[in-house]
Design a protein around this ligand. Structure first.
Ligand code: PBG
Length: 342
């Protein structure tokens, strides 16, 4: 091929009136032109790896619905952290899988609870290279599996949950977490935790508000990843997938309450919400490509129905293009390593 297979070589045969005057294909004609005109690039530093650490695990345990993702033992956790740092990703988001759960999720506020323990390890191992972030939500630690505590009628009690979140935030900040990921979707959670941090001298600990978090079927595999005990659903606190305006409102509220970063979650079915947030938010906007989004691509690829690597890159590019400045993705390290190989 010479300069371009889009050149108007055959256009002599076309009547003047319908001969294209504008030819967008010109810029798509060669790899060099495509490279130069590519508008969106995803950099490893914009990827965040979510990681699960399981209390008492002697070896990494595979998660069936998320092929390639494991519940880490402390040893495998350490080596995966080092690998993430070498790959140059931007950070890690930690989740703990405790051995014991109870009604108020006491494991979340115990300084020696698995998540706080894992946080200390991560800070010591890679704290200079990566932003160590922690999930601030009770669901991994409660025996009923809800993101907050329950009232006498079994409903998720917003304000009582905020009291727990404040304590959880302090425990995570004490453990060295740089960025607290508030994913519980209680009203006022950002303000409540910001206040607790500031009142105790943790003014430098940042808050990632999971602002527009939808009640999504795509969290399915995550429930296995954290051995969730949830029965029922989270529709009284997470957003209805049908609501776009409400996503924008939650973003504004989290910003007003002092969030340093806001998040849209899941990612791929919510690109409009993400684009809205990117257009209006004065703070960085991130997106979480959740477990079900990962599982869909892995399952289709395992059947040979799609090209796995192209599909992964297309999802990440799409999320980035829609406005996410960073993406939480279970492919973070794999993608960063592959791109470095070229
Ligand atoms: C709540 C939380 C969830 C996820 C991240 N934080 C589960 C939920 O809200 O039901 C889901 C992440 C994923 O599916 O990858 N702690």
């Amino acid at each position: 091929m010479t300069s371009s297979d889009a050149a108007p070589s055959g256009s002599e045969g076309l009547p003047e009136g319908i001969r294209p005057r504008i030819r967008p294909r010109r810029l798509r004609a060669t790899p060099a032109l495509r490279r130069l005109t590519q508008q969106t690039r995803v950099h490893p530093a914009e990827l965040i790896l979510p990681m699960f650490v399981r209390e008492g695990a002697k070896e990494p345990l595979p998660i069936g619905s998320m092929p390639g993702v494991v519940q880490h033992s402390l040893d495998s956790f350490r080596s995966e952290l080092q690998r993430a740092a070498r790959a140059g990703v931007g950070g890690v988001m930690l989740f703990g899988v405790p051995e014991h759960k109870d009604a108020t999720g006491t494991g979340a506020t115990d300084p020696d609870g698995i998540l706080n323990q894992a946080t200390r390890i991560a800070v010591a191992e890679v704290g200079d290279a990566l932003v160590v972030q922690t999930d601030l939500c009770l669901d991994e630690f409660t025996d009923h599996g809800h993101c907050g505590v329950l009232d006498a009628d079994g409903r998720v009690d917003n304000d009582a949950s905020l009291v727990r979140y404040r304590d959880m935030g302090l425990a995570q900040a004490d453990a060295g977490s740089a960025l607290l990921g508030l994913s519980g979707m209680m009203d006022g959670q950002v303000r409540a935790v910001r206040d607790a941090l500031d009142a105790s001298g943790h003014t430098g600990t940042a808050i990632l508000g999971y602002a527009a978090k939808y009640a999504s079927a795509f969290y399915g595999p995550f429930r296995e990843a954290v051995d969730s005990s949830l029965t029922g659903d989270r529709r009284t606190y997470q957003l209805d997938p049908a609501n776009r305006r409400e996503g924008g409102r939650e973003v504004l509220l989290d910003v007003e309450e002092g969030a340093d970063v806001v998040m849209v979650k899941p990612a791929m079915s919510y690109l409009d919400v993400l684009a809205d947030a990117a257009a209006t938010s004065p703070v960085p906007v991130w997106a979480y490509q959740v477990s079900g989004e990962y599982a869909m691509v892995e399952a289709a690829a395992a059947h040979g129905w799609i090209d796995r690597e192209r599909a992964i890159d297309e999802t990440l590019t799409g999320i980035r293009r829609a406005g996410a400045e960073a993406v939480l993705t279970y492919w973070a390290v794999e993608a960063a390593e592959r791109w470095a190989r070229g």
